[in-house]
Design a protein around this ligand. Structure first.
Ligand SMILES: [Ca+2]
Length: 435
C-alpha cells in the first residue's frame, strides 16, 4: 500500500492527492478553468483553529478517553497522550475532504502543466545549487541522485513551502473516529503520538495535510517511524523545519523502495506509425509487457527526435498517460519505485520529468492540447455501458485500471485503436452499442 495516501489512489491514475503541495498546485490551476472538486483549498490556521471549538461531541469525547487509555497501555507517556488527546474535537473540514468525490477526472496534460511549471523548475535548479553539498552527500549515502530528491520535494510541498496546516493528531483522530478506515488512521494516530513522545517535534508544530501527511516530504507517521533520519545529527528528526532531515529522510525512504542508482526513471519516446498500441501498460503499476529496450527498438520505438534507444540492457514498459496521440513513455524500475511512494502514473511521470528538467532536460515533445476533463456522471455512464456489454463488473465513477482495461476491450471488439483512453467519442460509442 502506498505509504502516504491511504485511500482512493489504488484505483486512480492521478486523481486524488492528499499531500499539501500538490493540492495547492492543482488548486491554483483550477482558477483558470472548470474547477475540479477534488481540489482541496488550503485552509488558513485560523479557520482550522476555529473548527476545533464546536459544541461538545459526546461520542467523540468518550471515544477519545478510550483511545487515550489505549495509547498509555501501548507505552505512550500519559503526559503526551493527555496533551494530544484532550480538549480536541473532530475537524469538520477533514471529514468533508475525506468524503469528497472528484467531480471531474484530471487529464494528464492539465496535471503535468500544473505540477511541472517553469517556476518550479527554476526554483528547483536554484535549490540544487544552494544545497549542492548536502545533496552530493545524500547521493553518496543513499544512492539517490539530487535531481530526484529535489523533484519529490518540489511536487510534495513546493520545496517545503506548503506542508499543510492541520494538527496531525487531531486530523488523524477525526478520521479514525469517522470510521471509514478506522484501523488505518487509529494506527497512524498512535504512530504520531510515538513521534511526539520521542521528542522529535512539539505537538504545536506537528502539522500536516488533512490526511496526516507530514512535513516537507509529506510522510505518514508510520513512514516517518520507519524511514525518517536525523541527517543533521542534532538529536531530533525534524522533517518540518530541517532541510537535511527532510531530504535525508526522502533519500532513505527511496533507497528502501528499491531505487536503482545505475538507472534513470524512464524517458519520453516516439512510436512508429504502425504500432500495436495494446502493448502499452494500462495497470497503474505498469507491469504489462515489460521487455528489454532492444525489443522496443526492434518494434520501431525511438528516442524523441528519432535517435535509437540506448543500447543498454534495461527492462522497460510503455505508458501512455493520455491517448495514443499524447506523449509515450518507456519506464524503468525506478518508475515503479516512485509508484510505491505515491501510486499514481501522473505523479510518477511528473517526478521523473521534473527531475529531468532540473538537470537541464527539455520539455515534453508531445504534451499536446489539454483534453477536456470528464465529469463523474460521464464516467459512470461509460462504465454502465461497459458493464452492460460485459467488459467490466461494476460502475464506481472512478477512472482506474479496470475502466481502462474495459475500454481497451471495447475498442478491440469494435475495431477502434485500443489505447484504453476515454474521450467523449468513446463514451458515445459505448452508449450507442449498449443501447
Ligand atoms: Ca535533525
Amino acid at each position: 500500500m502506498n505509504a502516504h495516501s491511504p485511500s482512493h489512489s489504488h484505483q486512480t491514475l492521478g486523481i486524488l492527492r492528499m499531500s499539501a503541495g500538490l493540492l495547492v498546485a492543482i488548486g491554483m490551476a483550477a482558477c483558470s478553468g472548470p474547477a475540479p472538486t477534488q481540489v482541496a483549498v488550503a485552509q488558513t490556521p485560523a479557520q482550522i483553529t476555529q473548527s476545533t471549538s464546536p459544541p461538545v461531541d459526546v461520542s467523540f469525547t468518550s471515544w477519545l478517553s478510550q483511545v487515550r487509555a489505549d495509547a498509555i497501555k501501548r507505552g505512550i507517556s500519559p503526559a503526551t497522550a493527555n496533551a494530544a488527546l484532550t480538549n480536541i474535537a473532530p475537524i469538520p473540514r477533514v471529514i468533508e475532504l475525506d468524503n469528497r468525490q472528484p467531480e471531474f477526472s484530471n487529464t494528464f496534460t492539465r496535471y503535468l502543466t500544473n505540477s511541472v511549471t517553469e517556476a518550479r523548475v527554476e526554483q528547483g535548479r536554484a535549490l540544487m545549487q544552494k544545497h549542492a553539498e548536502l545533496l552530493a552527500n545524500l547521493e553518496r549515502e543513499y544512492g539517490v541522485p539530487a535531481r530526484f530528491l529535489v523533484a519529490f520535494w518540489g511536487l510534495e510541498t513546493n520545496y517545503g513551502r506548503v506542508t499543510g496546516e492541520y494538527p496531525v493528531v487531531n486530523a488523524l483522530a477525526t478520521l479514525a473516529h469517522e470510521g471509514r478506515r478506522e484501523a488505518f488512521f487509529r494506527e497512524e494516530m498512535f504512530n504520531a503520538l510515538l513521534i511526539l513522545d520521542r521528542g522529535h517535534i512539539s505537538l504545536a508544530k506537528m502539522k500536516g495535510s488533512w490526511a496526516g501527511a507530514m512535513g516537507q516530504t509529506q510522510f505518514m507517521p508510520s513512514t516517518f517511524l520507519k524511514h525518517a533520519v536525523d541527517e543533521d545529527r542534532n538529536g531530533h528528526i525534524d522533517i518540518w523545519g530541517s532541510v537535511p532531515d527532510a531530504l535525508g529522510s526522502g533519500a532513505n525512504y527511496l533507497k528502501s523502495l528499491g531505487w536503482d542508482d545505475e538507472r534513470t526513471w524512464g524517458r519520453e519516446v516516439s512510436l512508429p506509425q504502425k504500432f500495436d498500441v495494446a502493448l502499452a501498460s494500462l495497470d497503474v503499476d505498469a507491469k504489462e509487457n515489460i521487455m528489454p529496450l532492444s525489443e522496443w527498438s526492434a518494434l520501431g520505438v525511438r528516442k524523441v527526435g528519432g535517435d535509437l534507444l540506448p543500447a543498454q540492457d534495461i527492462q522497460a514498459s510503455l505508458v501512455l498517460p493520455a491517448d495514443i496521440k499524447g506523449p509515450a513513455f518507456l519506464v524503468y524500475g525506478n518508475y515503479r519505485a516512485i509508484l510505491k511512494w505515491n501510486r499514481s502514473a501522473f505523479y510518477a511521470i511528473a517526478v521523473g520529468h521534473l527531475a529531468d528538467r532540473l538537470s537541464g532536460g527539455v520539455s515534453l515533445a508531445q504534451l499536446g492540447r489539454e483534453g477536456d476533463p470528464l465529469r463523474r456522471e460521464e464516467i459512470v455512464d461509460l462504465q454502465t455501458g461497459l458493464v452492460a456489454l460485459g467488459h467490466m463488473k461494476t460502475a464506481d465513477g472512478v477512472m482506474g485500471s479496470a475502466t481502462r482495461q474495459a475500454v481497451r476491450a471495447f475498442q478491440k471488439a469494435n475495431g477502434l485503436t485500443p489505447d484504453g483512453y476515454t474521450d467523449r467519442a468513446v463514451i458515445a460509442a459505448v452508449k450507442a452499442k449498449a443501447g
